[in-house]
Ligand binder design. Structure first.
Ligand code: PRX
Length: 629
């Protein structure tokens, strides 16, 4: 079977690269076009790729309206919250009604074609409704993680210049209420652009919340438009659907701009060929709507497919570590997606929490966003007895670059590898200095030859030059830099080896932080590790490692861990210091904040930080370093 799958994949992939336009033209048939495109790709200004340029479409129509005749009574969204103990099912017909109401409300508030709307909301159905309402009228949403600090929110407002901000009065995390309104107020005090209007969903969580005289209330506004019908605004395929900010090397977040037509085609195709989710099935992405996985696989891809999306508000371990699996059983989930971090969190409890539920409906679990260490991969695969698929991609691409394929037919799994390139991605693994292709099993930097396939970022919001300079300036201006090191084995499987912009250089030897971390994590007592390259007068840099132990009773000695790295990579890779901590500082999208850790380790101020999952983690690093001085 595997051999068949392999040749099928190889044929499909080759076709996507060699017959690019016919390939994507066929995929585009799964999307409704109000005016069909006559040109598949406009690549007249490399590296900019405009997919289906003269086609007119609408994302909301494709995600909602087009399913009404056949699936009006089917659940579009099943929302469950362990924070407020509530569950709601919203059918496609109901979703359609709500989105129309919200679209009318946006119009009443002066939002029109091309206007930006900043959305700062928790994991509630209204967030999805707000996003869909924006794209229905051709407005451009920019969803920001709930809980982002005021200064960072202000810089996004300054960059996106939204006409409207939609927030909830509060979010809830682990049972703790987080008021959002004061954060927004602080942000609005320091912005440099005209003040946007503010629309507030009052969930009744923050009992001290008082609306201002100039803010608008979501429920009242929706009520004013109960029977509203707002026709979808047909936009050119390259019209921006959203902006999503992501950190780069510069520290200043970039606005990743996504188009409309290419986005719809790519996500719909990925559900078929990669995720293997059919219309009417149930997908559960344990992620956050404010992250790219949430945009793509909580909101748009399932709805574009006519599937049901399970939206979960809460932690995966609360009220107990079985909560996710109980939802899989209850709602007959077919496909699940989350991050390796979430699984590592679950790994601290017994696999019985998974096994006690009937997971018959579940076909597979996808994990992405960070390296999936072999131990965690094996642990969850053994607990579920289902395929667990490591897939590699970026905010910039919006859908998997390297992956295994449930829809096309699974390829052999190699632990530690996100398998092979997805159709449409022309991958090149090159030497980071010369730009020449590297041989099998040699490390290189991962590049994608332009044009990038549909669904990938069209530009940096408001800054085409920045887009070209950041991503397309390493080796000619048609090679997109992923900023990741990788290796490809003789079977064509890729292994991601960490960001090439997080390079450690010890005595002239370059190392990916991830290489060191992978070795540390291979120790049975280690749950997670972060390695940073600290300035060293003699050798340029030395490695400090911060280690989270899985089981406090089994804490290894520091020497044992140092020796392990020394023996697995080379003596130059041996960490000079090991610190034990109980958590690592991470962004909400599970990226370890190595730069902040490094700053603290070097006695510097970490400066402005992205939203941190757990603020105490950074404090622990500070204390661990101070105690060792
Ligand atoms: O370094 C790679 C890592 O995460 C980066 C992209 O992060 P983000 O923009 O937040 O998008 C996440 C979308 C899933 C990549 O440049 N990364 C992502 N997936 C993997 C990974 N590293 C190793 N293995 C992966 N599967």
């Amino acid at each position: 079977m595997t051999m068949n799958n392999l040749s099928k994949y190889e044929h499909f992939y080759k076709d996507s690269i060699e017959n690019r336009e016919t390939f994507w033209s066929a995929q585009a048939k799964n999307i409704d076009w109000q005016t069909p495109f006559t040109q598949v790709l406009d690549y007249s200004q490399p590296p900019f790729a405009k997919w289906f340029p003269d086609g007119l479409t609408n994302l909301c129509h494709n995600a909602v309206d087009r399913h009404l005749p056949t699936r009006g009574d089917q659940a579009a969204i099943i929302w469950t919250s362990s924070e407020v103990n509530d569950t709601r099912t919203i059918t496609y017909t109901q979703l359609h009604a709500q989105v129309n109401q919200a679209a009318a409300l946006l119009q009443e508030l002066g939002v029109g074609l091309g206007d930006r709307v900043l959305i700062y909301m928790p994991m509630v159905p209204e967030t999805v409704v707000a996003m869909l309402a924006c794209v229905r009228i051709g407005a451009v949403h920019s969803v920001v993680f709930g809980g982002l600090a005021s200064a960072a929110m202000a810089s996004r407002i300054d960059d996106a210049t939204p006409r409207l901000v939609i927030i909830a009065e509060a979010g809830s995390r682990g049972g703790r209420i987080i008021p959002y309104k004061p954060l927004l107020d602080d942000a609005l005090r320091i912005i440099h652009v005209p003040r946007p209007k503010v629309l507030i969903l009052n969930r009744g969580l923050d009992t001290t919340f008082q609306p201002d005289f100039d803010t608008f209330d979501w429920a009242e506004g929706m009520q004013r438009h109960v029977l509203a019908r707002v026709a979808p605004v047909w936009v050119p395929s390259s019209h921006p659907s959203y902006i999503l900010y992501t950190s780069g090397t510069t520290g200043k977040p970039k606005g990743v701009q996504r188009d409309t037509g290419g986005h719809a085609v790519a996500l719909r195709a990925s559900m078929e060929h990669i995720f293997g989710v059919k219309p009417g099935e149930v997908m559960f992405s344990g992620s956050d709507i404010g992250w790219v996985v949430g945009h793509s696989y909580i909101v748009y891809a399932p709805l574009l497919t006519g599937a049901t999306t399970l939206v979960y508000e809460g932690l995966p371990i609360r009220p107990n570590p079985g909560i996710w699996w109980s939802l899989v059983e209850k709602h007959r989930v077919n496909c699940m997606f989350t991050s390796p971090t979430a699984i590592r969190l679950l790994k601290r409890s017994k696999a019985e929490w998974i096994r006690k539920y009937d997971l018959d409906s579940l076909r597979c679990l996808f994990l992405a966003g960070e390296p999936l260490d072999r131990e965690t991969h094996r642990w969850i695969a053994d607990a579920l007895l289902k395929p667990v698929i490591d897939n590699y991609w970026q905010t910039e691409t919006g859908w998997p670059i390297l992956t295994n394929f449930v829809g096309l037919g699974l390829l052999e799994t190699k632990f530690g590898s996100p398998a092979r390139p997805a159709y449409g991605y022309d991958m090149h693994l090159v030497d980071e200095v010369s730009g020449k292709p590297v041989a099998a099993n040699e490390k290189g930097t991962l590049m994608i030859h332009a044009p990038l396939p549909p669904g990938c970022m069209s530009t940096v919001w408001g800054d085409d030059a920045h887009f070209v300079k950041t991503y397309f300036s390493r080796f000619g201006h048609e090679m997109y830099a992923t900023f990741d090191y990788a290796m490809r084995d003789e079977d064509g499987y890729y292994f991601i080896m960490g960001r090439d912009d997080d390079v450690i250089n010890v005595a002239g030897q370059r190392l990916g932080t991830r290489e060191v971390e992978e070795v540390l994590c291979s120790h049975p007592a280690v749950a997670e590790a972060a390695a940073v390259g600290v300035h060293d007068d003699m050798r340029g840099q030395k490695i400090y490692a911060f280690v989270v132990v899985a089981d406090a009773g089994m804490t290894p000695s520091k020497k044992e861990l140092m020796d392990l790295v020394g023996s697995e990579i080379s003596t130059f890779a041996r960490p000079k210091k090991i610190y034990f901590v109980s958590a690592l500082p991470k962004t909400r999208s599970s990226k370890i904040l190595r730069r902040a850790i490094l700053a603290i380790a070097e006695g510097r101020d970490p400066g402005e930080l992205p939203t941190i999952e757990d603020m105490t983690a950074l404090e622990q690093i500070r204390k661990a370093v101070a105690a060792a001085e």
